[in-house]
Design a protein around this ligand. Structure first.
Ligand code: NDP
Length: 261
């Protein structure tokens, strides 16, 4: 069964409704995929009455321009949140630039010292709590230890007292881990997980698909090969329309000053 992430995302957005706040999105260049993501964020802000302004810099902007803009927005009291739309052009050091955002306005939670958790893992933990109630003692397997999803999620699930197994590309017998866990979070960007990775009996599994990639036909998809999954024994988040919606909603909540966990 697919989890209705749209409803859950609306529940998160409702928490930000009516709260004062404004989001500044810095976008460099005209990448069409970034345009789609930025428009989605603008729409979510609009739904709850949070202002959202996009500051576009040309593709050949130099690093001083973007640093100057961040400094200006850091001291502008109108903005409660600032994000840099990634990816940046390859000559720009993403970590250095994102870490220039004031910690109190780093609503994407990129800086480990930020006042906010990173949005995607926070949305995942919040969703799991809605689906499972307490995560105390739950067996969770995370596949992927990347800095955006897998690595921060390990700590956040441990903080919920889940028993966490971190898997990655060197893990032997990956299927032995994914088959046994109550909760599996996929965060690899590899469209390769078919039914053979999951169990068919011994109770339902929850599978959170955080991956974003494209299949051989160019269609946006996640890590799961959903057509090859037996949905009767699993709760699965879809891609598109899954973790991405939650991530955007958490961003808006942060901008309104709301932390979900
Ligand atoms: P990375 O893309 O940096 O790393 C991928 C991870 O997957 C690595 O830890 C790698 O292992 C592991 N991996 C790759 N292949 C395999 C394999 N065959 N078996 C087991 N593990 C494997 O991670 P990120 O955290 O940056 O991103 C993960 C995914 O989440 C991406 O698809 C990204 O696009 C998506 N994403 C989605 C968001 C959303 O809003 N839905 C937001 C942010 C990211 P190793 O460490 O050994 O190399």
């Amino acid at each position: 069964m697919f989890v209705d992430c749209k409803s859950y995302a609306n529940e998160i957005l409702a928490k930000a409704k009516g709260r004062p706040g404004a989001l500044a999105i810095i976008q460099v260049g005209d990448d069409p995929r970034s345009d789609v993501y930025v428009r989605g964020k603008e729409r979510d802000c609009e739904k709850v009455g949070i202002d959202c302004n996009v500051f576009k810099l040309p593709r050949n902007a130099d690093i001083f321009e973007i640093e100057g803009l961040i400094d200006q927005l850091n001291s502008d009291r109108e903005y409660t949140g600032i994000i840099v739309q990634l990816p940046l052009p390859t000559y720009m050091p993403e970590d250095h630039i994102c870490q220039r955002i004031a910690l109190s306005k780093d609503v994407d939670g990129f800086n480990p010292q930020s006042d906010f958790h990173p949005c995607t893992p926070e949305g995942i933990v919040w969703l799991l709590k809605q689906l499972h109630g307490s995560l105390d003692g739950a067996e969770a397997v995370i596949v992927g230890r990347g800095k955006l999803v897998g690595a921060p999620l390990q700590k956040m699930l441990l903080d919920q007292n889940a028993t966490v197994t971190a898997c990655h590309s060197h893990t032997r017998n990956l299927k032995e881990h994914t088959k046994w866990a109550d909760i599996v979070i996929l965060a690899t960007g590899k469209h390769m997980f078919d039914q053979s990775y999951f169990r068919t009996s011994l109770g339902r599994q929850t599978v959170i698909d955080a991956g974003i990639t494209f299949d051989e036909t160019g269609r946006l998809c996640g890590d799961l090969i959903t057509e090859q999954i037996d949905h009767s024994n699993m709760n699965v988040t879809p891609v598109p329309g899954g973790v991405g919606l939650l991530t955007r909603a958490v961003l808006v909540a942060h901008t309104g000053g709301v932390n979900l966990i």
